[in-house]
Structure formats: structure tokens, C-alpha cells
Design a protein around this ligand. Structure first.
Ligand SMILES: Nc1ncnc2c1ncn2[C@@H]1O[C@H](COP(=O)(O)OP(=O)(O)OP(=O)(O)O)[C@@H](O)[C@H]1O
Ligand SMILES: [Mg+2]
Length: 459
């Protein structure tokens, strides 16, 4: 970075004696005076420009040569504070053209026009160069003091402009930093807002689900009980039918046996006897499934009151859950455990197990034809414990990622997934004042992370 004190001057004049004169005026031999130096640093501090700092004068004897020197100075990041330019130079560019060319390279260059007489009037020159604030005029023959004063004034002006420029850059950097901080805050707020919307959405869906579950519960109850009764009745009917059949075999030939046999064939009685129990069993399975969904919905909407808060060990819960789902996992994935010692946590243990079960089953279901790996890790962080269930399954597409906690969102075939597992889990974790989050990449795998407080303060 160039210094804040610039005393570099470019003199462009085709008369060699002018260069001699300028050198004498602007670069007089400096006499060392330590007392003066001390006074300067007391007055202006270490960074201030010393009062008698000498000028550095570069000479060019024509416009083109001057331009070359300016270009080289700019390339080396050593700009000139000002240039004295002779107006009348018969060989090559005249003063006006030289200044135009100089300003193409350094638009901020301050220029003093040196002129005895000119082909232009001052007004013409100003209007041609359109830069009143960077142009001064010095009439020949010039006065030494005037030259010194001009050089000093313009060099000081350059220094001040540079300082102002640096200040602006500093301010811009500050503004940029503030903007970044603000942007960060806005992003955080947006995220919070979307989390809020998600939990509100789930809360209202929960209420609706509670209503639906309540309404469905009664009919499901009597259908289920009627199916049980029907099953019993049919078994009795079947016994009766068998008895009739035996009685029929004992009848003398001719006595309506033909008729009975024809009817039996017509009604396909043998098939009915086989098929009715199957239909009843399937209906019972179906109704059991509906009962389970209603139960899940109630859980999700937290209408169940049998809440038993207790201090339980998360790892024991995970292990017993793994035992329950072992048969589901057996053919799909290996389970790796990265456990750390955990303190007991205050929780609804059976519901936490439910969460673990949903996550592990989802992980197993995400595996393709190849056997995969499910990694269970946990640990403690401050007054919270965390659990991660990671799989190397199919992953979740970005557009699904926002919906996986919504009730009934499933990508599984009809009959295989109700889409309630994660929304239930979300509700349970929230009830524990915890967080559930997910990271996933299609083709690589998915990691669910559950964070739970060790102690339920408000519970
Ligand atoms: N580990 C995972 N890998 C890939 N996709 C997953 C994973 N976990 C959840 N998903 C996606 O999220 C959807 C919702 O999961 P959720 O557990 O809520 O319902 P489900 O598994 O489809 O049905 P249910 O759990 O009710 O039987 C799934 O259908 C699946 O698309
Ligand atoms: Mg599931």
C-alpha cells in the first residue's frame, strides 16, 4: 500500500532549464536539525507528515515520456501526488492532450498547468478538460514561493483524500460486517419461524387427529368385537353343518339326497366353509391395524393420559427395542453400537422406546437389496443426552425432507407405511422438551438425531 504521505511530483516540460529551476525550488539541500524533528513529532505524532519532508521530482521532456513515467509509477503502486505540465510543447502532444492522456491512466492526478501563453484561453482549457477541481494554473515566469505553496497544498490535499478514502473503505468493511451479522440473524429467525410453523401445523393436525381418533374408536370397537362374535358363531354353524352332513349320509337312498347335493354344489358350500374363516381372519387383521393407527393417533395427539414419567436408562431402552425388532433387522442390516456411559433421564420410557423403534425400522426399510449398516450412537452434552440413528440406505430426497414429520406422509407402498412413525416420534420428543433433526443425502444415507434433556424442569 502506498504511504499516506505522497511527495512525488512529475514535471513534464520540454525546456531543460525549467527542470533545473524546479529542482532548486522543490528539493533544496536539507540541513539536519534534530530539535526541529523532535518538535514535529511532538506536534503531529509519529504518523504525521514531517513539515520539511522533501519532494521527489521526476522529469519528463514531452507528453508521451510523461505518460510512460506515470504508467510505470502506477504499476509499481507509487502514484504521483501531482504533475506540473507545460502547456506549450511544440514537439509531440501539447499540454492539454498530455493531461487528457495522463487522466486516462490516473483519473485522480492533480495537475498544475504551467503556461506563459497558450493556444487556449483558461476557460477553453477548463471546459475541454472538464476537471476544475484537479487543475491549477501557474503563470510563467513563476515565483518560487508560489511553486512551493502549490506543491505543498496539492500534496497535502492528496494525503487528505487518501485518508478519507481509507476511512471510507474501513466504513464499507464495517457496514459489510454488520450486513453479514444481520443476514445471519435473519436466517436464524427464518429457521425459527419455520420450526414454529411446523410445530403449530403438527399441533393443529394433532387436535384434528384426536377428534378423528375419538370418532373412529367406537365403530372400530364394535366392528372388532362383532368380528370376534361372528367368528365364534361361524364355528358353531360349521359344527352344525358337519352334523347335518353326517346325518345326510345316514339317510336312505332317494330321500331328497339328490336335491341336497345339487344345492350344496350350487352354493359351493365346501369353498364357503374354507373361505369364510379366511375372510374373518383378514378382517380381524385389518381392524387390528385400524386399532393400532387410532392408538398411534391418540399418542400423537397426546390424548392418552397414562403418562408415567420415570428415571430410565436410554441405552437399556434402545437395547430392548433392538430385541423386539431383531427379526425385522436380521435380513436387512448389521447394527453397530457406539455407546458412551449415559446418566438416567427423566422420561416416558415406553414412548422413547417407540421413537427408537420408529427410527430403527425406518433405517432398515431404507436398505435396498444389499445388506446395510445401522449405526446407533449416543452421548451426553451438558444437561442433555443425544442419540443418533444413522443408516447407509437410500437417503431422503430434498423435497421430501420437509414433509417427513407430517402425519401420513409416506413414500412406502400402500399397506406398508402409514406415515405416522416420524410424526409420532416428533410429538413424543417435543413432549420431552427435546429436539429431533435429520441429515440425509440421496444414495448415501440418513442420520436422525434426538436430543433430550436429562431432567424435565417443568414436568
Ligand atoms: N432412514 C430413512 N431413510 C430414508 N427415508 C426415510 C427414513 N426415515 C424416514 N424416511 C422417509 O420418511 C417417510 C415418513 O416416515 P414415517 O416413519 O413417518 O412413515 P413410514 O415409515 O412411511 O410409515 P410408518 O412408520 O407409519 O409405518 C418414509 O416414508 C420415508 O420416505
Ligand atoms: Mg416409519
Amino acid at each position: 500500500m502506498p504511504s499516506l504521505h505522497n511527495r512525488r511530483i512529475l514535471l513534464i516540460d520540454d525546456t531543460p532549464s525549467i527542470h533545473e529551476d524546479f529542482r532548486k525550488i522543490l528539493m533544496p539541500p536539507v540541513e539536519q536539525n534534530p530539535a526541529l524533528d523532535e518538535l514535529e513529532s511532538t506536534l503531529f505524532g509519529a504518523t504525521a507528515a514531517p513539515l520539511a519532508q522533501p519532494f521527489e521530482l521526476d522529469s519528463a521532456y514531452g507528453g508521451q515520456e510523461g505518460l510512460q513515467q506515470l504508467c510505470s509509477a502506477m504499476q509499481h503502486d507509487r502514484p504521483y501526488a501531482l504533475a506540473f505540465v507545460d502547456m506549450r510543447m511544440p514537439q509531440g502532444w501539447d499540454g492539454a492532450q498530455t493531461i487528457e492522456e495522463l487522466w486516462k491512466v490516473d483519473p485522480d492526478l492533480q495537475v498544475v498547468v504551467c503556461t506563459a501563453y497558450s493556444d487556449y484561453s483558461w476557460e477553453e482549457l477548463l471546459s475541454r478538460l472538464k476537471a476544475h477541481d484537479r487543475l491549477l494554473i501557474l503563470k510563467k515566469p513563476f515565483d518560487n514561493i508560489e511553486v512551493q505553496q502549490m506543491a505543498n497544498t496539492l500534496a497535502t490535499k492528496w494525503d487528505m483524500a487518501r485518508r478519507a478514502n481509507l476511512k471510507t473503505i474501513h466504513l464499507e468493511q464495517l457496514v459489510e460486517q454488520r450486513n453479514q451479522a444481520l443476514q445471519l440473524e435473519i436466517d436464524e429467525r427464518k429457521q425459527l419461524q419455520s420450526q414454529l410453523i411446523q410445530s403449530e401445523k403438527l399441533a393443529s393436525l394433532g387436535q384434528m387427529a384426536a377428534g378423528v381418533a375419538h370418532e373412529i374408536n367406537n365403530p372400530v370397537g364394535f366392528v372388532s368385537s362383532n368380528l370376534g362374535t361372528l367368528d365364534g358363531y361361524f364355528k358353531q354353524l360349521q359344527r352344525m353343518l358337519d352334523a347335518y352332513q353326517q346325518a345326510q349320509e345316514a339317510l336312505p337312498p332317494g330321500a331328497c339326497i339328490e336335491q341336497l347335493n345339487a344345492l350344496r354344489k350350487d352354493l359351493d358350500l365346501d369353498f364357503l366353509k374354507e373361505d369364510i374363516p379366511i375372510l374373518i381372519r383378514e378382517s380381524k387383521d385389518g381392524i387390528a391395524r385400524v386399532t393400532q393407527i387410532v392408538k398411534d393417533l391418540k399418542n400423537f395427539s397426546r390424548v392418552d393420559n397414562d403418562e408415567n414419567w420415570q428415571w430410565a436408562n436410554l441405552q437399556h431402552g434402545i437395547d430392548s427395542t433392538l430385541n423386539i425388532v431383531a427379526s425385522e433387522l436380521k435380513h436387512k442390516a448389521d447394527v453397530i453400537k457406539h455407546y458412551q456411559p449415559l446418566p438416567d433421564i427423566e422420561c416416558l420410557a415406553s414412548q422413547i422406546n417407540q421413537v427408537v423403534m420408529n427410527l430403527v425400522i425406518n433405517a432398515a426399510q431404507a436398505m435396498g437389496s444389499e445388506r446395510g449398516t445401522i449405526t446407533l450412537s449416543n452421548g451426553v452434552e451438558g444437561d442433555q443426552v443425544w442419540l443418533e440413528v444413522a443408516d447407509n440406505g437410500c437417503g431422503i430426497a430434498p423435497h421430501s425432507l420437509q414433509k417427513i414429520f407430517d402425519p401420513f406422509f409416506t413414500t412406502k407402498p400402500v399397506g406398508e407405511g402409514t406415515g405416522l412413525g416420524l410424526s409420532l416420534s416428533y410429538g413424543i420428543v417435543k413432549k420431552h422438551h427435546g429436539e429431533i433433526s435429520v441429515r440425509s443425502e440421496v444414495g448415501t444415507g440418513t442420520t436422525f438425531r434426538v436430543v433430550l434433556p436429562i431432567r424435565q424442569t417443568a414436568a
